[in-house]
Design a protein around this ligand. Structure first.
Ligand code: SF4
Length: 319
Protein backbone atom coordinates (compact mmCIF):
# COMPACT_ATOMS: atom_id res chain seq x y z
CA UNK A 1 0.00 0.00 0.00
CA UNK A 2 1.03 3.53 -0.70
CA UNK A 3 3.27 5.07 1.96
CA UNK A 4 1.77 8.36 3.13
CA UNK A 5 3.51 9.49 6.29
CA UNK A 6 6.66 8.30 7.99
CA UNK A 7 8.82 9.20 10.93
CA UNK A 8 12.31 7.98 10.12
CA UNK A 9 14.60 7.40 13.10
CA UNK A 10 13.23 10.43 14.95
CA UNK A 11 14.23 11.58 18.41
CA UNK A 12 12.74 14.42 20.41
CA UNK A 13 14.53 15.94 23.39
CA UNK A 14 13.07 18.89 25.27
CA UNK A 15 15.94 20.85 26.82
CA UNK A 16 15.74 21.80 30.49
CA UNK A 17 17.90 24.28 32.39
CA UNK A 18 21.30 23.04 33.40
CA UNK A 19 21.96 21.07 30.23
CA UNK A 20 19.51 18.26 31.00
CA UNK A 21 16.68 17.24 28.71
CA UNK A 22 13.46 15.26 28.64
CA UNK A 23 14.33 12.52 26.17
CA UNK A 24 10.75 11.85 25.16
CA UNK A 25 11.31 9.90 21.93
CA UNK A 26 14.47 8.04 20.97
CA UNK A 27 15.19 6.77 17.44
CA UNK A 28 11.61 5.88 16.56
CA UNK A 29 10.54 4.79 13.09
CA UNK A 30 6.93 4.38 12.00
CA UNK A 31 5.30 4.23 8.57
CA UNK A 32 1.63 4.98 7.89
CA UNK A 33 0.18 3.53 4.71
CA UNK A 34 -3.01 4.27 2.86
CA UNK A 35 -6.00 2.35 4.23
CA UNK A 36 -3.99 1.00 7.13
CA UNK A 37 -4.59 1.33 10.88
CA UNK A 38 -1.60 1.25 13.21
CA UNK A 39 -2.15 1.21 16.96
CA UNK A 40 0.62 2.81 18.97
CA UNK A 41 0.42 1.28 22.42
CA UNK A 42 2.13 2.16 25.68
CA UNK A 43 1.46 3.56 29.13
CA UNK A 44 1.39 7.29 29.80
CA UNK A 45 4.85 8.77 29.58
CA UNK A 46 5.96 6.28 26.92
CA UNK A 47 6.41 8.99 24.28
CA UNK A 48 3.46 8.08 22.08
CA UNK A 49 1.83 11.52 22.18
CA UNK A 50 5.17 13.19 21.45
CA UNK A 51 5.62 10.89 18.46
CA UNK A 52 2.11 11.77 17.23
CA UNK A 53 2.88 15.47 17.56
CA UNK A 54 6.07 14.98 15.58
CA UNK A 55 4.00 13.27 12.89
CA UNK A 56 1.51 16.17 13.01
CA UNK A 57 4.46 18.57 12.72
CA UNK A 58 3.56 20.45 15.89
CA UNK A 59 7.28 20.67 16.46
CA UNK A 60 10.36 19.44 14.60
CA UNK A 61 12.34 16.37 15.68
CA UNK A 62 15.69 16.83 17.41
CA UNK A 63 17.09 14.33 14.93
CA UNK A 64 15.66 12.17 12.17
CA UNK A 65 13.03 13.18 9.64
CA UNK A 66 9.25 13.26 9.21
CA UNK A 67 8.18 12.85 5.59
CA UNK A 68 4.77 13.21 3.96
CA UNK A 69 4.73 11.32 0.65
CA UNK A 70 8.50 11.27 0.74
CA UNK A 71 8.90 15.03 1.32
CA UNK A 72 10.05 16.73 4.50
CA UNK A 73 9.39 20.28 3.29
CA UNK A 74 5.64 20.32 2.60
CA UNK A 75 4.29 23.84 3.32
CA UNK A 76 2.35 24.04 6.60
CA UNK A 77 -1.08 24.76 5.11
CA UNK A 78 -0.80 21.86 2.69
CA UNK A 79 0.43 19.64 5.52
CA UNK A 80 -2.55 20.52 7.74
CA UNK A 81 -4.80 19.77 4.78
CA UNK A 82 -3.47 16.23 4.67
CA UNK A 83 -2.64 15.31 8.27
CA UNK A 84 -5.20 15.89 11.02
CA UNK A 85 -5.09 15.07 14.70
CA UNK A 86 -8.04 13.96 16.84
CA UNK A 87 -7.55 14.66 20.52
CA UNK A 88 -8.52 12.77 23.61
CA UNK A 89 -10.73 15.39 25.17
CA UNK A 90 -13.75 16.34 23.05
CA UNK A 91 -14.72 18.92 25.69
CA UNK A 92 -11.50 20.92 25.35
CA UNK A 93 -11.25 20.44 21.56
CA UNK A 94 -14.38 22.44 20.70
CA UNK A 95 -14.79 26.15 21.28
CA UNK A 96 -17.82 26.45 23.59
CA UNK A 97 -19.04 29.75 22.11
CA UNK A 98 -19.54 28.42 18.58
CA UNK A 99 -22.37 26.37 17.17
CA UNK A 100 -21.68 23.17 15.22
CA UNK A 101 -22.60 24.97 11.98
CA UNK A 102 -19.80 27.48 12.53
CA UNK A 103 -17.25 24.94 13.79
CA UNK A 104 -17.56 22.86 10.62
CA UNK A 105 -18.23 25.76 8.25
CA UNK A 106 -15.09 27.62 9.24
CA UNK A 107 -12.84 24.65 8.42
CA UNK A 108 -14.64 24.03 5.12
CA UNK A 109 -14.07 27.65 4.08
CA UNK A 110 -10.47 27.95 5.31
CA UNK A 111 -9.51 24.88 3.30
CA UNK A 112 -11.41 26.06 0.25
CA UNK A 113 -13.93 23.21 0.18
CA UNK A 114 -16.98 25.51 0.38
CA UNK A 115 -17.55 29.10 -0.70
CA UNK A 116 -21.15 30.21 -0.45
CA UNK A 117 -23.35 29.99 2.60
CA UNK A 118 -25.56 27.35 0.97
CA UNK A 119 -22.57 25.26 -0.05
CA UNK A 120 -21.17 25.43 3.47
CA UNK A 121 -24.46 24.36 5.06
CA UNK A 122 -24.86 21.51 2.61
CA UNK A 123 -21.36 20.19 3.23
CA UNK A 124 -21.62 20.59 7.00
CA UNK A 125 -24.80 18.49 6.87
CA UNK A 126 -23.04 15.86 4.76
CA UNK A 127 -20.23 15.67 7.31
CA UNK A 128 -22.71 15.17 10.15
CA UNK A 129 -24.33 12.32 8.22
CA UNK A 130 -20.92 10.70 7.75
CA UNK A 131 -20.35 10.63 11.51
CA UNK A 132 -23.89 9.34 12.11
CA UNK A 133 -25.35 12.51 13.58
CA UNK A 134 -28.70 12.45 11.84
CA UNK A 135 -30.78 14.23 10.92
CA UNK A 136 -28.11 16.96 10.64
CA UNK A 137 -30.68 19.71 11.27
CA UNK A 138 -30.89 18.47 14.86
CA UNK A 139 -27.21 19.23 15.42
CA UNK A 140 -26.19 22.17 13.22
CA UNK A 141 -27.43 24.84 15.62
CA UNK A 142 -26.30 23.18 18.82
CA UNK A 143 -23.47 24.39 21.05
CA UNK A 144 -20.92 21.83 22.25
CA UNK A 145 -22.35 21.86 25.80
CA UNK A 146 -25.70 20.70 24.44
CA UNK A 147 -24.12 17.47 23.18
CA UNK A 148 -23.00 14.28 24.94
CA UNK A 149 -19.31 13.29 25.06
CA UNK A 150 -19.79 10.79 22.23
CA UNK A 151 -21.62 13.31 20.05
CA UNK A 152 -18.90 15.87 20.70
CA UNK A 153 -16.20 13.42 19.63
CA UNK A 154 -18.19 12.80 16.44
CA UNK A 155 -18.14 16.56 15.81
CA UNK A 156 -14.37 16.58 16.40
CA UNK A 157 -14.01 13.77 13.84
CA UNK A 158 -16.33 15.57 11.39
CA UNK A 159 -14.20 18.69 11.75
CA UNK A 160 -11.05 16.69 10.98
CA UNK A 161 -12.80 15.17 7.94
CA UNK A 162 -13.87 18.62 6.71
CA UNK A 163 -10.24 19.14 5.74
CA UNK A 164 -10.31 15.93 3.62
CA UNK A 165 -7.14 14.54 5.15
CA UNK A 166 -5.12 11.54 4.01
CA UNK A 167 -3.89 10.76 7.51
CA UNK A 168 -5.73 10.86 10.85
CA UNK A 169 -3.75 10.79 14.08
CA UNK A 170 -6.07 9.80 16.96
CA UNK A 171 -4.52 10.46 20.37
CA UNK A 172 -6.53 8.30 22.78
CA UNK A 173 -9.68 9.27 20.84
CA UNK A 174 -12.05 7.19 22.98
CA UNK A 175 -10.42 7.02 26.40
CA UNK A 176 -12.48 9.87 27.87
CA UNK A 177 -15.76 8.50 26.57
CA UNK A 178 -18.19 6.12 28.23
CA UNK A 179 -17.14 2.50 27.79
CA UNK A 180 -20.51 1.86 26.12
CA UNK A 181 -19.82 4.20 23.19
CA UNK A 182 -16.09 3.59 22.68
CA UNK A 183 -16.73 0.80 20.24
CA UNK A 184 -19.14 2.94 18.21
CA UNK A 185 -16.51 5.62 17.74
CA UNK A 186 -13.82 3.07 16.83
CA UNK A 187 -16.20 1.46 14.34
CA UNK A 188 -16.86 4.88 12.86
CA UNK A 189 -13.12 5.47 12.40
CA UNK A 190 -12.73 2.03 10.82
CA UNK A 191 -15.56 2.79 8.40
CA UNK A 192 -13.89 6.07 7.38
CA UNK A 193 -10.75 4.11 6.68
CA UNK A 194 -12.71 1.70 4.49
CA UNK A 195 -14.53 4.47 2.61
CA UNK A 196 -11.75 7.03 2.16
CA UNK A 197 -8.64 4.88 2.46
CA UNK A 198 -7.18 7.24 5.07
CA UNK A 199 -4.20 6.08 7.07
CA UNK A 200 -4.97 6.05 10.78
CA UNK A 201 -2.71 6.10 13.79
CA UNK A 202 -4.63 4.99 16.87
CA UNK A 203 -2.80 5.89 20.07
CA UNK A 204 -3.94 4.00 23.12
CA UNK A 205 -2.85 2.46 26.39
CA UNK A 206 -5.41 -0.28 25.83
CA UNK A 207 -3.87 -3.18 23.93
CA UNK A 208 -7.19 -5.08 23.95
CA UNK A 209 -8.89 -2.41 21.82
CA UNK A 210 -5.78 -2.20 19.62
CA UNK A 211 -6.11 -5.84 18.72
CA UNK A 212 -9.75 -5.48 17.90
CA UNK A 213 -9.27 -2.42 15.77
CA UNK A 214 -5.81 -2.17 14.21
CA UNK A 215 -3.96 -3.93 11.40
CA UNK A 216 -0.63 -3.44 13.14
CA UNK A 217 0.40 -2.79 16.72
CA UNK A 218 3.55 -0.92 17.66
CA UNK A 219 4.58 -0.84 21.31
CA UNK A 220 6.51 2.02 22.93
CA UNK A 221 8.23 2.01 26.28
CA UNK A 222 10.10 4.91 27.83
CA UNK A 223 10.38 6.75 24.50
CA UNK A 224 11.70 3.72 22.61
CA UNK A 225 9.88 1.53 20.09
CA UNK A 226 10.20 -1.99 21.47
CA UNK A 227 8.02 -4.21 19.29
CA UNK A 228 5.78 -4.03 16.25
CA UNK A 229 4.03 -6.09 13.62
CA UNK A 230 0.64 -7.51 12.58
CA UNK A 231 -1.87 -7.08 15.44
CA UNK A 232 -2.49 -10.79 15.81
CA UNK A 233 1.18 -11.69 15.97
CA UNK A 234 1.76 -9.10 18.68
CA UNK A 235 -1.12 -10.24 20.87
CA UNK A 236 -0.80 -13.99 20.25
CA UNK A 237 2.98 -14.34 20.07
CA UNK A 238 4.52 -11.34 21.83
CA UNK A 239 8.31 -11.32 21.82
CA UNK A 240 9.15 -8.45 24.15
CA UNK A 241 8.75 -8.80 27.94
CA UNK A 242 7.05 -5.39 28.15
CA UNK A 243 4.42 -6.39 25.56
CA UNK A 244 3.77 -9.51 27.63
CA UNK A 245 3.32 -7.37 30.71
CA UNK A 246 0.81 -5.17 28.86
CA UNK A 247 -1.13 -8.23 27.70
CA UNK A 248 -1.10 -9.80 31.16
CA UNK A 249 -2.47 -6.58 32.62
CA UNK A 250 -5.41 -6.51 30.21
CA UNK A 251 -7.55 -9.25 31.77
CA UNK A 252 -10.31 -9.54 29.20
CA UNK A 253 -9.22 -9.06 25.59
CA UNK A 254 -12.84 -8.67 24.49
CA UNK A 255 -13.39 -5.61 26.60
CA UNK A 256 -12.08 -2.11 26.25
CA UNK A 257 -10.08 -1.97 29.41
CA UNK A 258 -7.61 0.66 30.50
CA UNK A 259 -4.42 -1.24 31.17
CA UNK A 260 -3.14 1.08 33.84
CA UNK A 261 -6.41 0.91 35.75
CA UNK A 262 -6.89 -2.82 35.39
CA UNK A 263 -3.30 -3.84 36.01
CA UNK A 264 -2.54 -1.70 39.02
CA UNK A 265 -2.35 -4.50 41.56
CA UNK A 266 0.40 -6.56 39.95
CA UNK A 267 2.21 -3.80 38.17
CA UNK A 268 5.88 -4.40 38.90
CA UNK A 269 7.02 -0.79 38.77
CA UNK A 270 6.68 2.74 37.52
CA UNK A 271 7.35 3.98 34.00
CA UNK A 272 10.87 5.39 33.73
CA UNK A 273 11.71 9.04 34.04
CA UNK A 274 12.49 10.52 30.65
CA UNK A 275 14.97 12.90 32.27
CA UNK A 276 18.08 10.76 32.74
CA UNK A 277 16.28 7.63 31.55
CA UNK A 278 17.76 4.17 32.26
CA UNK A 279 20.70 3.30 30.01
CA UNK A 280 20.52 0.64 27.30
CA UNK A 281 17.07 -0.93 27.15
CA UNK A 282 14.98 1.48 29.21
CA UNK A 283 12.84 -1.40 30.43
CA UNK A 284 15.72 -3.10 32.23
CA UNK A 285 14.93 -1.90 35.80
CA UNK A 286 11.47 -3.53 35.50
CA UNK A 287 12.29 -6.49 33.29
CA UNK A 288 12.14 -9.95 34.85
CA UNK A 289 14.54 -11.28 32.20
CA UNK A 290 17.13 -8.48 32.32
CA UNK A 291 20.83 -9.35 32.11
CA UNK A 292 24.03 -7.31 32.20
CA UNK A 293 24.04 -6.36 28.52
CA UNK A 294 20.56 -4.83 28.81
CA UNK A 295 21.85 -1.86 30.85
CA UNK A 296 24.78 -1.36 28.50
CA UNK A 297 23.23 -0.96 25.07
CA UNK A 298 19.87 -0.69 23.35
CA UNK A 299 19.30 -4.01 21.58
CA UNK A 300 19.32 -4.12 17.77
CA UNK A 301 16.18 -4.88 15.80
CA UNK A 302 15.35 -8.57 15.43
CA UNK A 303 13.03 -9.49 12.55
CA UNK A 304 10.67 -12.43 12.42
CA UNK A 305 8.81 -13.59 9.29
CA UNK A 306 5.61 -11.70 8.50
CA UNK A 307 6.89 -8.25 9.49
CA UNK A 308 7.09 -8.90 13.24
CA UNK A 309 10.09 -7.18 14.88
CA UNK A 310 11.39 -6.36 18.33
CA UNK A 311 14.32 -4.84 20.16
CA UNK A 312 15.31 -7.23 22.95
CA UNK A 313 18.61 -8.90 23.82
CA UNK A 314 16.75 -12.15 24.57
CA UNK A 315 16.05 -12.55 20.88
CA UNK A 316 19.59 -11.99 19.69
CA UNK A 317 21.10 -15.02 18.01
CA UNK A 318 23.75 -16.87 20.01
CA UNK A 319 22.81 -15.01 23.17
FE1 SF4 B 1 14.40 -7.18 29.21
FE2 SF4 B 1 16.87 -6.97 28.31
FE3 SF4 B 1 14.93 -7.55 26.62
FE4 SF4 B 1 15.14 -5.10 27.67
S1 SF4 B 1 16.59 -6.10 26.30
S2 SF4 B 1 13.31 -6.30 27.48
S3 SF4 B 1 15.83 -5.60 29.73
S4 SF4 B 1 15.63 -8.81 28.31
Amino acid sequence: DELLLEADDVSKHFPLRGGRAVRAVENATIRLRRGHIIALVGESGSGKTTLARLLARYYPPTSGEVRLRGRSDTPTKEYRGQVQMIFQDPFAALNPVHRVRYILGRVLRVHGHARTRAETAEQAAALLRRVNLTPPEDYLDKFPHELSGGQRQRIVIARALAVRPQVLLGDEPVSMLDVSIRLDILNLLARLRDEDGVALLYITHDIASARYFADEIHVMYGGQMVEGGPAEAITDRPLHPYTRLLLDSAPDPGRTVAVDEAGEADDPGEPPSLIDPPSGCRFHPRCPAARAVCAEAFPPRTERPGGHWTHCWLLEKGD
